[in-house]
Design a protein around this ligand. Sequence first.
Ligand code: HEM
Length: 500
Amino acid sequence: MLPLVPALVLALGIVWIALRRRRNRLLPPGPPGKLLVGNLLDVPRKDEWLLYTEYARVYAGDIVCLRVLGQTLIILSAEDDIKELLAARGAIYSGRMRGTMVQQQLIGGNRVGEGVLVLPLGRPFRAIRRIFAAFLGPQAARRYADVQTQAVTECLRRLVDKQQDPHIPLKRMIGGIVLRLAYGYEVSSDDDHFVQLAEKSVVAFLSALQPGWVVDTFPALMNLPSWLPFAGFKRKAEKWHQDAERGLNVPWQWVKNRLASGVATPSFAADIIEDKEETAARTAMRDIYGAGMDTTLAASLWLILALALHPEVQLRAQREIDVVTLGERLPTLDDRGRLPYIDAIIKEVLRWHPTVNLATAVPHISTEDDTYRGYFIPKGSIVVPNVWSILHDPAKYPEPAMFRPERHLSHEGKCNPDPYNYVFGFGPRQCPGRNLADTTLYLLASAILATCNVSDAINGRNEILMPENVEYSSGIISRPTPFSCRITPRTEQTRALLYE
Ligand code: HEM
């Protein structure tokens, strides 16, 4: 046996050489790091997708690497790379970052209600995704058109006739659809109790997800008693945990009570409440609101703004609809095959200003060391698909800043790939709600265009909005900054369609 000290030195030497070899393996190119802070100052705080696209150009690489405080960030800007890593090798590129603050906020000590957005791939993840597939798959999503149409027409009735910000009515419309389908619950006002619960739960999650919590760097701090003056983070985590639990349990219990008293309306929850995977079922229902609300809201706001800024697009769409409905009814899902221009508008809305520019809600983490195109991608890297750079690539979409639905029609569409291939993410974590979002957007677009004209978009400073001066929010979900517009019935006959 080797004496203890030389053996220790030998072991340390082997570890040191292994670490050095690992570090020296070729990472993808990127901005040169600075001493101590690495690329900390190269990570943009706003409009990340724009600077990341610029990095791809400057460093002549569709794969760019930044190193920030020991963390590797890999930014992918080319379709082939994104599909290879996030889809084909999805099993090792679909991990999630789960800081201590998020875990504490979401699950407290009991691990109940750990949402799909942060679960690693594994049995609980698959159980939730199975539930989504059953309720939100392509066939299932067609069944909800009545609920969606009712919510859309109610929303339009509130929007017509006065210059206003469409945000609140749209939010109620989407929240109404989601809560009705998930729990059979009718939203009764803009500040409805269940909407508040769901919103608080989302706010809690997003706040805990923010980078910079000291406890994410030093998890042991979570053991401090919460009454200590500097343990504010722990008090916040406890409060947010209560919000998350209420969002999870109150609507679920409400369905249980309604079922017990024989008055439950049909809903996803009512169908699976007795499921042996009850935790997965309860969590899936809560996550539908969290993941489906702000994304669909942002896309709906972009839709209305795009219409207001492009009267020529409205005119062409209205002609198409009138031929099909003769102005006598609202368009339905069955008409969709005969309304290709409406589909093109929706695709262009999702391309022109993608709601999730980086196509991930919570960052993807690689769970194994990997080598790709000669580059080393260390385990634990954050991998970011910059879909904005694809959707604004002039080689794919000429004059990408222009809103031109025509580009998606088949005779012109040869060099314009379908934005649906990108905007809903990739691989095992691809958005499970894309069919529901798609039908909501179609029913909203076709009902507005069949009945109304959208005009006079102005921003919060009362300036007239033009395609060139549109402003938007940064962050995970990007939507237009508050604006108002006028939605006017095209004729008294089309107004009447909203009240049938
Ligand atoms: C226009 C609307 C929408 C857009 C653009 C959108 C986009 C996305 C994107 C980019 C992701 C991230 C995928 C990833 O991390 O790799 C995602 C995840 C997700 N979306 Fe959507 N989404 C929309 C609407 C919806 C709706 C209506 C629902 C529910 C009914 C929904 C449920 C989810 C869920 C549960 C996840 C998390 C999946 C996971 O982590 O496994 N989304 N969505």
